[in-house]
Design a protein around this ligand. Structure first.
Ligand code: AMP
Length: 589
């Protein structure tokens, strides 16, 4: 298959903002792709070469990509930076400059998808001293061989920013269309494997049966089960049929730990391999988990060297370094609170009930300073639930998480559902609660902020329809260095049009690919004719907006856009806020 064919599909995708059309285009692409290339095409369409858990990234920053464009086009540095400032996209810069050059030297080679992919693999695998130069040399070589349009897309792949509006769910939907079966079946395979390429290739080679045969495997991360939220103990018990196992909700980093005899792998909430940051976790698991093979989940919480008390989760930042890990391990110790078991010695437990999994977990965890079980109790009354909640908060937890114990309390990979309900302390008053929102647009700053962006258009995520809906425009809470930082980040994620997955009435000065998540707090939630969050749910023609929004200083780079607060959650928060106001009014009467 020629890469030019793939590039022509990317052109078509870029030209549409309609989701259904996108799925049609992708389906046509997948039906034309030879089976052995399916995985590669799926990865590249998302701006990747491997699934995240392999821990091999292309590692090409915009700066390096621009250098390659400069090398091949021979353009001057000032021209390049001007064009980049104008377009905010390396691909577009290459299209212009290589296009100009192509008019004088017309000698492209017909590159195949295999060739481009294996060059990208070489880029990803280059490491050690001189790696940047090797990456640059390989990239410059491909760019000198392709047409400008192909170069545009290759550069977008290597920088991991495709600007096509295609997400993993779009690909799964297209695959279901090509190979039959439901979207849910494809989602299940993806949730168990965290590998879009493997799903695509299996579908092409083995058809729907292959998709139905997906199994959980040690060493391959499972997409995490997530929690819904509620704000009173009564509501929680209503949802869980009057009985729930209520656990402390620790505020740290979620880990999915895979143990296979002497090998331990640690995956983040986003299925990235983070094993190298936590040598202490590896040895703790080896000595304190009594199982040959297991897949477990825990929350890693930083603790004080002096007192052993839990510390704010931000302290884990110190573990992100590449060098002197041993020193960081000593200075910033952590405790692991194990809360789930998905696989044990040849048995897939994801279809077992919560209490079966918990009982099995209790048998294999040998508590120590570092390894602990999450604290929890079976609760049947709102009073007991509130008591546990207050104890948890006092200990430094965020609140509690109530887990359903019914027949259907299985581990739902990749799903947010009512099997787990979080109950956090902030929900108790008018929007002291923070939300995680996605940047979808930006507005030029004025006065002191001239030359930078003065405000950002923020959106919540509608997880049922896979779209983003605007909910506020935030300009306060940013320090000078934040403004600088987010201006650069916005520029490198700029789009020429609103994202196809965005629903907006407001016009931003600049549109942004939805991938930057920020924590926002506001005074209250109000009805709004200009925002699209949960539109028409309360009042026709109205959405919801956050009044007086402010950036809390917490950049959620640990979250994907799809992990942002959902529109449904904001709607729930609005309804609860109304109830509280009604209660207050009737109290005062
Ligand atoms: P949230 O990130 O606010 O949606 O809350 C869910 C998160 O709480 C999970 O992803 C875990 O990282 C974390 N967590 C903390 N303690 C527990 C627990 N006992 N059980 C499940 N999740 C927990």
């Amino acid at each position: 298959m020629l890469f030019a064919v793939l590039a022509s599909y990317y052109e078509k995708l870029e030209a549409t903002t309609k989701r259904l059309e996108m799925i049609d285009i992708l389906s046509e692409l997948f039906s034309k792709t030879p089976p052995e290339l399916m995985d590669k095409v799926a990865y590249m369409t998302l701006g990747e070469v491997y699934p995240a858990y392999r821990g091999l990234e292309l590692g090409v920053a915009e700066k390096l990509a621009l250098k390659a464009v400069q090398r091949v086009s021979g353009a001057r540095e000032t021209t390049i930076s001007q064009l980049y400032a104008q377009h905010g996209d390396v691909g577009s810069v290459a299209l212009i400059l290589l296009g100009q050059k192509a008019q004088t030297t017309l000698s492209f080679q017909e590159l195949t998808v295999e060739y481009v992919y294996s060059s990208l693999e070489q880029i990803a695998k280059a490491s050690g001293p001189g790696a940047q130069e090797t990456k640059l040399a390989i990239l410059s070589r491909i760019l000198s061989q392709t047409s400008p349009v192909e170069a545009k897309h290759i550069l977008r792949i290597v920088t991991g920013n495709m600007r096509l509006g295609v997400a993993d769910m779009t690909i799964l939907e297209a695959l279901a269309k090509v190979f039959g079966g439901s979207k849910e079946e494809f989602e299940r395979a993806y949730n168990l494997s965290s590998d879009i390429g493997l799903v695509a290739k299996t579908a092409a080679l083995e058809g729907l049966n292959g998709i139905r045969d997906f199994r959980i495997r040690v060493g391959v991360p499972v997409r995490c089960m997530l929690a819904e939220r509620l704000s009173t103990a009564e509501e929680i018990l209503l949802k869980t049929d009057g009985r729930a196992f209520v656990e402390h909700k620790y505020d740290g980093e979620r880990m999915q730990i895979h143990k296979s005899r002497e090998t331990v792998l640690i995956f983040s909430r986003r299925q990235e391999n983070i094993t190298s940051q936590y040598p202490d976790v590896v040895s703790a698991v080896l000595s304190n988990i009594e199982a040959d093979e297991a897949i477990m989940e825990c929350e890693a919480v930083p603790v004080s060297l002096d007192t052993g008390e839990m510390l704010p989760f931000q302290e884990l930042m110190h573990r992100r370094r590449k060098k002197e890990i041993e020193k960081a391990v000593e200075e910033y110790p952590i405790t692991l609170y194990f809360f789930d078991l998905l696989y044990l010695d040849g048995r897939d437990l994801t279809n077992s009930t919560f209490l079966e999994r918990r009982t099995a977990l209790e048998k294999i965890v040998k508590p120590s300073e570092t390894v602990k079980l999450s604290y929890g109790k079976l609760v049947t009354t709102p009073e007991d639930l509130d008591k546990l909640f207050n104890e948890a908060v006092e200990l430094g937890c965020e609140g509690v998480i109530a887990k359903s114990v019914g027949e259907d309390s299985v581990y739902r990979a990749g799903a947010r559902g009512w099997q787990w309900i979080k109950y956090k302390r902030d929900y108790r008053s008018e929007m002291i609660d923070t939300v995680d929102l996605v940047v979808v647009g930006a507005f030029h700053g004025r006065g002191r902020r001239t030359g930078r962006y003065g405000a950002l258009l923020m959106a919540s995520y509608d997880d049922e329809r896979d779209v983003f809906q605007t909910v506020c425009k935030v300009g306060s809470g940013f320090k000078d260095e934040d403004l600088e930082y987010f201006t650069n980040l916005v520029n490198s994620n700029r789009l020429g049009h609103p994202s196809p997955r965005l629903e907006t009435v407001l016009e931003a000065d600049v549109w942004v690919d939805p991938r930057i998540v920020l924590e926002i707090i506001g005074a209250e939630i109000t009805l709004s004719p200009t925002h699209t969050c949960a539109k028409d749910s309360i009042k026709a023609g109205h959405g919801l907006a956050i009044r007086f929004p402010r950036y809390t200083g917490r950049y959620r780079d640990d979250r994907k856009a799809e992990d942002a607060t959902t529109s449904k959650e904001i709607l729930e928060m609005y309804r609860r806020q109304l109830k509280r106001i009604e209660a207050k009014v009737s109290e005062e009467r």
